[in-house]
Design a protein around this ligand. Sequence first.
Ligand SMILES: O=C1O[C@H](COP(=O)(O)O)[C@@H](O)[C@H](O)[C@H]1O
Length: 257
Amino acid sequence: MTEEILQSRWNRVYPLEGPAGTVNVRVYDDPDGAVFVVLRLIENALSTAITERGKALWIGAGGGTPKPVYEQLSTLDLAWDKVTLSQVDERFVPLDDASSNSKMMAEAAATVIEKGMTFLSLIQDISNLAICSEKAETMLRNLSEDVPSFDLTLLGMGGDKHYASIFPGHPINDEVYDSDMLVLPVAASETGAEPKLPRITLTVPALNRSRRIVLYITGQAKLSALAAAIANPDPQWAPIGAFFSQYPGPVDIIWAP
Ligand SMILES: O=C1O[C@H](COP(=O)(O)O)[C@@H](O)[C@H](O)[C@H]1O
């Protein structure tokens, strides 16, 4: 089924080689074709979860790239009242701040939220970063009797090879791969580099609890950055490469110019 979806628009496979093996990137003609395929993958993962478990839980990236995906969720025929969407990461800013991923996601997905989808921001407290992270941890753990698993994670990547809020050269890399937590606070960089704002991020063990991951990126610069990251998956230099070299599940990487 997934292979049929991936073939549903003209595409070719662009293999990226690294020490952990080959990672295939699905190349689409334009962002419209790529978004179409990302939406089909979301539909497939969420409808399978609803059929098998009666509900679907997914988490999504912020930033600009996935916005058209969230905006077009309303084209999918899903039991939205059985779907919960939360976040891969967030800037520690109020929910109405222009840089808030929650604001972008809630506004872009407003139609399916009206149809019953629950959207859970990681911003559960704006007084203190550590308290916010702890409350987000509790919120996610309360979604399940056991530790929650995510039916789908829609991941993004920055041109600097960061994913979620796991940035190159940041001290978070020392703890985020081997943490008992689902969520960790991320301090703003002290050097003027990204992240300029404090953030919260899901940890690698949390992201590894994704049944399926879709990475959607656009632009030649990000494709080159991803190729370099897969070839040299040093966590401090190329966080996304380090993540993929240890993630045990299926990943669909979708790229358009
Ligand atoms: O800061 C962030 O950036 C990445 C990439 O964003 P984009 O605008 O280049 O698509 C995103 O995946 C992450 O969730 C966000 O917090």
